[in-house]
Each structure stands twice: as structure tokens, then as C-alpha cells.
Design a protein around this ligand. Structure first.
Ligand code: HEM
Length: 235
């Protein structure tokens, strides 16, 4: 969640406080990275599929929030490793990397809460048996989700300003790398839950791919970049 290779306690030079994560430029990133998934969910589900607008606050918003969570986390790692965003301003770049990671974590937590409120055969029939218990897809999908959130929590905790000094460079880096495991588990989470829909493109509203499929590719990209480029492209 912090830049790979980030050194120090999160304070600036001479004990200055760490720069604020919420700034005009990070707000613009938020509007874009959250606005696109929200627009996509509204268009796919309300405008094309005809889902009632009464489901926007929780059921549909949850879809947008979960996709945005994956996108923010993926951006945090992609910007840290490959994308040449703000290449001439490392301070701003580090703020953006941290911002994306922490916003991704908070959105994933909101998604988990919302999903648990909604989790019922009425909203998600494909995860349940007729007797009301979860089926294998439901149990496996939820297990991946919970484990993914756990990995993300470890990564977020190691991002706290004092943690680098408290645990040392090696353990701090290991904690940061848990983010990749979080992404792998999130990819498993959406693969298990969404695969049947991915394989039936005729049923995609307006031909728009399922959100779970987009999230799978977003989660897989940073992992692929890391596997292909290893440590050679670290910022
Ligand atoms: C306790 C943890 C979690 C629970 C209970 C949970 C629950 C769920 C549920 C019930 C769905 C199906 C939603 C739907 O089809 O509308 C879902 C989908 C999804 N989840 Fe999670 N999840 C958890 C963690 C996570 C984490 C950590 C991430 C990302 C880092 C994530 C990302 C997603 C995405 C992108 C979808 C696809 C949404 C869609 O297809 O519309 N989830 N999750």
C-alpha cells in the first residue's frame, strides 16, 4: 500500500508530519476511480437490466464499491511498481500510492459489511441450497472473501506510520506483499462467485461483461506485472 521500497516512518524530513492523503489531486483520482465503477453498475443494472432504483443504496452500490475496492488496491501496486504516474514528483506519487491502498481497504471493508447485510437467498439465490444453507459456490466464495479482507487488513496495519520503525524493513515488506495475496484471493472470490455468469455472454445486459469479471482482471493485472517484471521495475 505504500510504495515498494518506501523507507521510513511516514514522516517527512526533520520530523515534519506525513503529507495529507486527502488533497485536491487525490480527490480527483477518487472521483474518477469510484465514478467509473458506479456509472458502470448503474448503467448495467438499472438502465439496461431494469433493476428497481430502490436497490441502488445497498445492492447495486455494493457492486460498484467492491469493484472500486479492487481497482484502488490494484492501482496502488501498479503505480508503485510500473505506471509512470507523477514520475517527476516522488512525494506526490507516494501520497497517491498510500491513498489508493487505504481507500481500497476501506471500500473492501464497506463491501464486506454491505454484503453481510444483504446475504440471503432472496438477493443471492445462486449461493444457496433449497434448504436455506449455502451451497459450495457460496461457501467457497465467502471463504475467499473473508481471507482476502484479512490479508488486506495486515497490509493496512503495516502501512501505519510507526510500523516501519516498529517491525523493521523485512517484516514491513512482507506485510506489504500480503496485498498481492489479498488480490489473488479476491480474484478467487470473484471467479468462484461469478464464473457461471462469465460463461453465458448471451445473458450479459447490453453485452456489458459482469462486474466480477472486470474485477478479476483488475486483481490479476498487478500479480501478472509482478510475476513478469519481478523486482526490476520498482519505483
Ligand atoms: C468478509 C469479506 C467479504 C464478503 C462477506 C464478501 C461478499 C461478497 C458477496 C456476497 C458478493 C456477491 C455480490 C453480488 O453478486 O452482488 C461479492 C462479490 C464481490 N466481492 Fe466480495 N466479499 C468480501 C470480501 C471482498 C474483498 C476483500 C474484495 C476485494 C478486495 C471483494 C470484492 C468483490 C467483488 C469485486 C465482487 C463482485 C461484485 C459483483 O459481481 O457484482 N470482496 N462479495
Amino acid at each position: 500500500m505504500s510504495a515498494p521500497g518506501h523507507q521510513g516512518s511516514g514522516k517527512g524530513a526533520a520530523g515534519d508530519p506525513a503529507p495529507r492523503l486527502i488533497q485536491p489531486f487525490t480527490s480527483r483520482w477518487f472521483v474518477f476511480l469510484f465514478g467509473v465503477p458506479l456509472t458502470y453498475a448503474v448503467v448495467r443494472y438499472h438502465l439496461i437490466k431494469g433493476v428497481e432504483w430502490s436497490h441502488l443504496p445497498l445492492y447495486i452500490a455494493n457492486k460498484a464499491i467492491s469493484l472500486a475496492a479492487v481497482v484502488f488496491i490494484a492501482c496502488s501496486y501498479l503505480i508503485g511498481r510500473t505506471l509512470r504516474v507523477y514520475a517527476d514528483d516522488p512525494g506526490r506519487r507516494l501520497v497517491l500510492i498510500k491513498f489508493c491502498g487505504l481507500i481500497g481497504f476501506s471500500l473492501a471493508a464497506i463491501h464486506a459489511f454491505m454484503s453481510l447485510l444483504l446475504f440471503s437467498p432472496e438477493y443471492y439465490p445462486k449461493f444457496f441450497l433449497e434448504n436455506g444453507k449455502m451451497n459450495l459456490v457460496g461457501e467457497l466464495g465467502m471463504a475467499f472473501g473473508v481471507l482476502s479482507l484479512w490479508c488486506l487488513s495486515i497490509t493496512a496495519i503495516t502501512s501505519l506510520p510507526f510500523m516501519y520503525d516498529a517491525v523493521g524493513a523485512d517484516r514491513w515488506s512482507r506485510g506489504q506483499r500480503m496485498g498481492y495475496l489479498c488480490l489473488a484471493l479476491a480474484a478467487g472470490h470473484v471467479l468462484v462467485m461469478g464464473l457461471s455468469g462469465w460463461l453465458a455472454p448471451a445473458g450479459w445486459p447490453g453485452g456489458l461483461p459482469p462486474i466480477s469479471m472486470l474485477a478479476f482482471f483488475a486483481a490479476a493485472l498487478p500479480i501478472l506485472v509482478k510475476l513478469l517484471w519481478g523486482n526490476t521495475k520498482r519505483s
